[in-house]
Each structure stands twice: as C-alpha cells, then as structure tokens.
Design a binder for this molecule. Sequence first.
Ligand SMILES: [Zn+2]
Length: 80
Amino acid sequence: MAVPRHKHTRSSVGQRRMHIFINPVALATCKKCGRAVKPHTICSNCGYYKGKEMINVMAKLTKKEKKVREKEIKEAEKNN
Ligand SMILES: [Zn+2]
C-alpha cells in the first residue's frame, strides 16, 4: 500500500483546496411574474418565455390552485 512521504500541513491542504467550491447559480427574473428563473429557460410559474406563452401552466392545475396562481400572476403584473 502507498504511504504518504510527508505530512500535508493544513496550510498546503487549504491552498490546494481553495479552488474547490461550488459557484452560485446565475438567475434571471421572469419578466411576466417576477420570479427567479434560470436564464434561457421557460418560467415554470407562468409558462412564458420571451414574452410569449410556451406552456399552458393552468391546464394541469385544479380549480383551487388555478385561482391562487392567477392571483399571483395578476399581482406580479401590477408591480411591474
Ligand atoms: Zn414567470
């Protein structure tokens, strides 16, 4: 079995690992509803991309969920 030749100090270990980290995800805001979305993707909240409706988000929701979602979108449009 391989045995390490020298002790790795905390400093040298830290210096090696200083480049090992996770970059924060860059997010854009949806122009319709104002939610944080990944750039170049359809908004999962309202289904819009580049000002056009790409997915009908309301189709799969129940009546109660539809009401809540419509209210959220209306409020977001008012703020914009
Ligand atoms: Zn949206």
